[in-house]
Design a protein around this ligand. Sequence first.
Ligand code: GSH
Length: 219
Amino acid sequence: MPSESNSQDETGIPTLYYRPGACALAPHILLHWVGTEHVAKRAERNDPALLAINPSGAVPAFRTSDGRGLTQAAAIMQHIALHAGRGDLLGADDPITRDEVAVWLSFFTGDFHPSFWPYFVPMMYISGATQEQYPAIKDAGIKLVQSGLAKIDAHLAGRETFVGGAKTAVDAYAVPMLRWARNIDGVDFAAYANAVRFYGIITADPGVVAAMKHQGIEP
Ligand SMILES: N[C@@H](CCC(=O)N[C@@H](CS)C(=O)NCC(=O)O)C(=O)O
């Protein structure tokens, strides 16, 4: 189990900035999988240490062991895996697996994650939106989430991991995404049996359990 703190930055120790349950949970899980000593620090949007890395205040943000600031979950996960000599978590041992990891990480970060935005922040989608317009905007987001879930569910038929026969960064990223999907109104997560089965398996993983416990969240 890697040593982990919630309260302080320590020189030379990589630091992940997160908010509970946000997509930063994915690199947090990866830090546990690789066993790297790290600090995982809850950071509100106005936290100066977070803003120094990402002026938008979005998480995840990451301070590397040599002091560089990184943003973007996929880039942070690649750094964590490669820095720990765990290229296998990116499919590095096999060119086909590597391509598939890239495809699924891009799908999750570029397609599926943004499909939740109309639901979570409907006010972003119409200038001067009124509250009466929110249900229609949220409904559009729910349809996007359902479409993504159908694709995920079909892919997971007969599989315990997204790519190849062992865990990769994709499985870590799937955790916060499927957790959101099962917790929003309007999505019948139970209807996606393969996704439900995968989520049950992955949330019993010790690294996932540890990261969720640190963030104070339940599956
Ligand atoms: N493309 C970015 C997306 C980051 C993102 O949208 N983070 C969300 C949380 S999941 C966030 O912090 N949003 C701004 C906010 O909550 O104020 C990534 O992959 O890291």
